[in-house]
Ligand binder design. Structure first.
Ligand code: PMP
Ligand code: GLN
Length: 388
């Protein structure tokens, strides 16, 4: 057999996601899993029932249409109008994907040529680096620094070169919880227009903004025709296993992304698409209640982590809290997270793996708070042992 490595070199070093690694550690040790971001209670019962009904009634059990079922595409378009005043034609400007993950992959594969540069916030959500690499493009990090993780917009401007093809945004930002302000979004939009850049924006935490509101960059002047907006049902409706995501963009951009998407999964999640169409039409009280519930949990975990001795960077959005472990005399987030189950029965995620700059996030650890209050309280009590 040839000695050539089996794994394509673009994927070198991307062996296993940190989420899989840390969830396996939680299972193996029985520790409380505040690592991977999935809720420990399912979303609304009537939405689960809608999926069951769809299966029983034979809706979506065979391949759904390539762009997604019309009911869901219409519901997505209505959602963009209802929350942001953005008008998209369900027929051609909306694409249903296998979670936001596939939307990101399809967008990168469709829109990038080898040699293109993509500017993205660092720490990166892990699939960004992999998808940019699979497209043969180069990632250019814009490092978000503690304590507030605001992007340095002058630095962003300086990083744009003639090879820059697109800006990959994520707000609310995983893992830091940073939410772009209207002023920052305006400056980024102006830069994109001036330098003729595409923008791909991952907005999966759009309904988890605790301070202020979520503002889609697609709504800003000149942005509709250059922005691919991505979201998903996983976080908003607490069904992360259903993997229903979507893209909204101009007809031309959707056509490009769809071209790549059709050779990735072709289609997915038939019956769940019907259920998510119902979910998107839930009344405002659902969305407000979801956010209020997570805000209470944020405050619970935030207070607990501070009491346990962490330096805590309060998130403005998402269901993650980034901390620093320096107060414990620790420097290496990865080693800390590997040892944490043994030390006190809790699993967390080392943010250090989401940085190209090894120093920028070396001592940062992320905890999720999308868990039952009692579980969060138990985790906090365990973490208090760390102080000694
Ligand atoms: N982007 C970000 C920032 C995420 O945190 C996640 C995880 N939900 C995804 C994309 C992937 O979303 P999905 O589960 O819908 O594929
Ligand atoms: N988005 C989830 C998180 O950040 C993880 C999803 C995954 O396991 N890839 O925790």
């Amino acid at each position: 057999m040839s000695t050539r490595p089996l794994l394509n070199r673009r994927l070198n070093g991307m062996g296993s996601t940190i989420f899989a690694e840390m969830s396996a550690l939680a299972t193996a040790t029985g520790a409380i899993n505040l690592g991977q971001g999935f809720p420990d209670t399912d979303g609304p019962a009537e939405i689960a029932e809608a999926a069951v009904r769809a299966i029983r009634e034979g809706r979506g059990n065979q391949y759904p249409p390539g762009p997604g079922i019309p009911e869901l595409r219409t519901a997505i378009a209505e959602h963009q109008q209802r929350f942001y005043g953005l008008g998209y034609d369900p027929d051609g400007e909306v694409l249903v994907t296998a979670g936001a993950t596939e939307a990101i992959a399809a967008a990168m594969l469709a829109l990038l040529e080898p040699g293109d540069e993509v500017i993205a916030f660092e720490p990166f959500y892990d699939s960004y680096a992999a998808c940019i690499a699979m497209a043969g493009a180069t990632r250019v990090p814009l490092t978000l620094r503690a304590p507030d993780f605001r992007p340095d917009l002058d630095l962003l401007r300086a990083k744009v070169t003639p090879r820059t093809r697109l800006l990959l945004l994520n707000s609310p930002h995983n893992p830091t919880g940073m939410v772009l302000t209207p002023d920052e979004l305006t400056a980024i939009a102006e830069l994109a227009c001036e330098r003729d850049l595409l923008v791909v924006t991952d907005e999966v935490y759009e309904h988890l903004v605790f301070d202020g509101a979520h503002h889609p960059i697609a709504a800003l002047p000149g942005m509709r025709e250059r922005t691919v907006s991505i979201s998903s049902a996983g976080k908003t409706f607490s069904f992360t296993g259903w993997k229903v995501g979507w893209v909204t963009a101009s007809r031309e951009l959707v056509a490009a992304v769809r071209t790549a998407k059709q050779y990735l999964t072709y289609v997915s999640a038939g019956p769940f698409q019907y259920a998510v169409a119902e979910a998107l039409r839930l009344p405002d009280s659902y969305y407000a209640g979801f956010r209020a519930d997570l805000l209470r949990k944020r405050d619970l975990l935030d207070t607990g982590l501070r009491a346990a001795g962490f330096e805590v960077y309060e998130p403005q959005g998402t269901y993650f809290i980034t901390t620093d472990i320096t107060p414990f005399g620790e420097k290496d987030a990865y080693a800390f997270c590997r040892a944490l189950p043994e030390r006190c029965g809790v699993v967390a995620i080392p943010n250090s793996v989401f940085y190209d700059d090894p120093d920028a996030g070396r001592s940062q650890v992320r905890f999720t708070f999308c868990k039952q209050d009692a579980v969060l309280a138990d985790a906090v009590a365990r973490l208090e042992r760390l102080g000694g």
